[in-house]
Design a protein around this ligand. Structure first.
Ligand SMILES: NC(=O)c1ccc[n+]([C@@H]2O[C@H](COP(=O)([O-])OP(=O)(O)OC[C@H]3O[C@@H](n4cnc5c(N)ncnc54)[C@H](O)[C@@H]3O)[C@@H](O)[C@H]2O)c1
Length: 306
């Protein structure tokens, strides 16, 4: 059986080696397509494979149509909005993600962005400290939890709101659970976004929510750009000269943001939350193990298109 490692943005070399070893140890054949530039290369590469490991690569109906032997696609990472789940289900292809494998990497970046904001983008001027500041974690999933763990070390006062995670789970970890996003934004000077992009969350971070934040508010986004209402964020930042926005997902209106809010806006040039050697390795190897476990034992524990 053939397993394709399909990555326009490749895994670290060590991670690729580790993935190949897992696949070969199971008696399967790894195939690699990296840094492709045309969709036709993808359509060609998927023809003969039973399994695919992807990162942010698009798996849509056209790719699924071309992959006649395909049984499983695993997104090495948390978000899987790059896979057409309905089309996969229609093609009887199992889709999985590898939850939790890159959470520490993303959480470290979120804290790094907070320090960058607090120290005025390292411009040489006197800044502020995170210690004693209120941090609101918007969604207490794998990344949110890790942000809470690290932020405790900074001495922050930590609050969280999650629509589905029970308050007891949050409170057990020494974090104050709040009952709505509105309450979270009203309470916290720092808010770190960890919600997935869903029909409900898209565009949900809007003017009325953000204007609740206290003076010198800092919004950190290592989640998804789609959750932000970009036009309303611009309006809000125009109305609130102390408001800072730092993101790991470059917005569509990046140029406008740079021009209007030089010292209050920052975006990484390319999504880099999960871009560490460790996260690459963990997520890639987990994906390979999940593929083997599914093809050999039928284990569907991490299936997301049930
Ligand atoms: N920057 C990066 O490179 C990078 C890397 C990994 C993940 N991410 C993104 O970070 C986000 C979080 O990832 P994760 O691994 O923690 O995911 P997760 O699935 O572990 O956690 C998501 C949490 O969101 C909660 N949630 C869902 N809908 C909600 C809503 N409407 N309101 C409040 N809470 C809601 C869920 O209950 C869950 O606890 C995702 O958007 C993911 O795509 C980004």
């Amino acid at each position: 059986m053939k397993v394709l490692i399909l990555t326009e943005k490749p895994f670290a070399k060590e991670a690729v080696k580790g993935i190949q070893q897992v696949i070969e140890a199971a008696g399967m054949e790894p195939v690699v397509l990296e840094k492709y530039t045309e969709k036709s290369q993808v359509l060609d590469a998927v023809k003969e494979v039973e399994a695919i490991i992807i990162r942010s690569d698009i798996v849509d109906a056209e790719v699924l149509d071309a992959a006649k032997k395909l049984k499983i696609v695993v997104r090495a990472g948390a978000g899987y909005d790059n896979v057409d789940l309905d089309a996969a289900t229609a093609h009887q292809v199992v889709v999985m993600n590898t939850p939790g494998q890159n959470s520490n990497a993303v959480a470290e970046l979120a804290l790094g962005l907070m320090v960058y904001a607090a120290r005025n983008f390292y411009d040489g001027s006197s800044g502020t400290e995170l210690s004693g500041k209120k941090l609101g974690i918007h969604a207490y999933g794998n990344v949110g939890r890790n942000v809470a763990r690290i932020a405790k070390g900074f001495g922050m006062e930590i609050y969280a709101y999650d629509a589905f995670c029970p308050a007891e789970v949050i409170e057990k970890e020494g974090v104050k659970a709040l009952s709505s996003a509105e309450e979270l934004y009203s309470t916290c000077q720092y808010v770190s976004l960890h919600i997935p992009a869903t029909d409900e969350t898209k565009n949900s971070i809007n003017y009325t929510l953000l204007e609740r934040m206290p003076e010198k508010a800092v919004l950190i986004n290592t989640a998804r750009k789609e959750v932000i209402n970009e036009a309303e964020l611009v309006k809000l930042m125009e109305a609130r000269p102390g408001f800072k926005y730092l993101t790991d997902i470059m917005p569509k209106n990046h140029e406008e943001m740079v021009e209007k809010f030089q010292k209050r806006y920052f975006s990484t040039p390319k999504k880099m939350g999960a871009q560490t050697a460790e996260a690459n390795n963990n997520a890639g190897i987990a994906a390979a193990n999940q593929i083997v476990d599914y093809l050999v034992n039928g284990n569907t524990k991490f299936q997301v298109n049930k």
